[in-house]
Ligand binder design. Structure first.
Ligand code: NCD
Length: 430
């Protein structure tokens, strides 16, 4: 080493902005050992640090990304504080995440898998009540948020649609949110107007999760989609940095793709191809946000060109309920993703995703059911991942993620090893 050991270590701690205690913990050594390495070389108590420590510390300090990672994860305190919105523990947008914090959330989701797979139970949220406020149609988001809360030991109160809520009598978002805060410990809100969930969030101090605000965002869906992509890629031996992601369909009103493209843009060198029927293109402000980290975005109007070589095809439903007038015909048959399309343009390692629901009515030309027994179709693995992700969101927002591991007990009831015929086939092939 050209500089003294003392100068080297002091410099490392300064750059990482860590105290001696935290630095020692971080590099996995005793504080007493670190103290002896930090003494002047001539002193009696001085010890030379092992070469492996020197190499490890140099690597962190010289590598900008690692430096950022080590600084953030120790410095920032609990994840709920690092993703907070104006000091509140809420999840309104994927903009709250960095690559590090999103991956930290995924580690919590991994911890939840034995509960999600019905091997273990936990009661860390015993006594807590979730208010599920859905003012728009929903099956999976509403039920999976409810199920995730229950699987952590909490209970759920639901209200669905405007008709059965006091909003039908003219009650404001502020009053509704403030009233609910006295009844429940967290709220998940879905509402047809962009920005409305943030309005709910401003009227309360309890955690609010955006379950979809009109054509705005759907952060929990994007989180489970990214988690699915990373899980599938790890099985296939692929990295997300540098991957090719094709998004197909209603990219104008589809809130799931609005959140997902921004989240994926935390990774590097991704090629996005955006394929939509005329008039349903991704809004420019989102394209601009996603154009970072060396990511390339290409807009296409034909499936054949857009899908060639894609690692992920993310199809979406045409959101006709959001059309002001007949602004688009929707999918014409040449937009349909079917087994023939995938076979023609993609390889055996492409994965096909969709946030669901898919419109299976004749003429809708949404994702075809002829892929149902094709292992490339990841849609049900995707929906299954909604549970560990939503459990992780609640655990983090309510600050109990550290209690989960030791709270688990074996499940008492019997349940099938695979919940759907599709996943037994998939695991058979794995
Ligand atoms: C989506 C939604 O509601 O935004 N569904 C979902 O939550 N998984 C997609 C859609 O309705 O097309």
């Amino acid at each position: 080493m050209s500089i003294s050991q003392q100068a080297f270590l002091r410099d490392a701690m300064r750059r990482l902005n860590l105290t001696r205690d935290v630095f020692a913990t971080r590099i996995g050594v005793k504080r007493r050992a670190l103290d002896t390495w930090l003494l002047p070389e001539g002193s009696q108590e001085f010890r030379a640090m092992p070469e492996v420590v020197e190499r490890f510390v140099s690597e962190i300090v010289q590598n900008g990304t690692l430096l950022e990672k080590y600084t953030q994860s120790v410095q920032g305190g609990p994840l709920r504080d690092r993703i907070a919105v104006e000091g509140k523990h809420q999840l309104l947008s994927v903009d709250q995440f960095t690559r590090e914090s999103v991956e930290e959330l995924f580690r919590v989701a991994d911890l939840m898998q034995p509960i999600a797979r019905r091997q273990k139970v936990s009661r860390v949220l015993e006594g807590a009540v979730l208010g599920n406020l859905f003012f728009e149609a929903s099956t999976r988001t509403r039920v999976s948020f409810g199920s995730a809360f229950c699987r952590l030991g909490g209970s759920v109160c639901d209200t669905t649609g405007f008709t059965f809520s006091s909003m039908a009598k003219g009650e404001s978002i502020y009053d509704t949110s403030r009233v609910m805060s006295g009844y429940v410990d967290a709220m998940v809100v879905r509402h047809p107007d962009q920005g409305s969930v943030a309005e709910f969030a401003r009227a309360t101090n309890i955690p609010v999760v955006n379950g979809g605000d009109g054509p705005g965002e759907h952060p929990s869906q994007a989180l489970l989609d990214l988690y699915t992509i990373l899980t599938e890629f790890s099985r296939l031996g692929k990295l997300l940095d540098g991957a090719h992601i094709a998004m197909v369909g209603d990219l104008k009103y589809g809130r799931t793709v609005h959140s997902l493209i921004k989240l994926l843009a935390l990774y590097k060198g991704i090629k996005f191809t955006l394929i939509s029927p005329p008039g349903l293109e991704m809004p420019a402000y989102i394209v601009e946000k996603a154009s970072r980290n060396g990511n390339v975005i290409e807009q296409q109007s034909s499936l054949a060109e857009g899908l060639a070589g894609a690692d992920v095809i993310y199809a979406t439903r045409v959101q006709k309920e959001r059309f002001a007038s007949e602004e688009s015909e929707g999918y014409t048959p040449e937009f349909q993703i079917s087994r023939a399309t995938i076979d023609a343009h993609c390889g055996p390692d492409t994965i096909v995703m969709h946030p669901l629901p898919r419109d299976s009515r004749p003429g809708a030309n949404d994702l075809s059911t002829d892929l149902n027994d094709d292992p490339r179709l990841a849609i049900f693995r995707q929906t299954d991942n909604g549970i560990p992700i939503r459990m992780a969101i609640f655990a983090v927002l309510l600050g109990v993620e550290g209690l989960v591991q030791h709270s688990m007990r074996d499940v008492t009831w019997k349940h099938p090893s695979h919940v759907g015929p599709d996943d037994s086939a998939f695991h058979g092939l794995d």
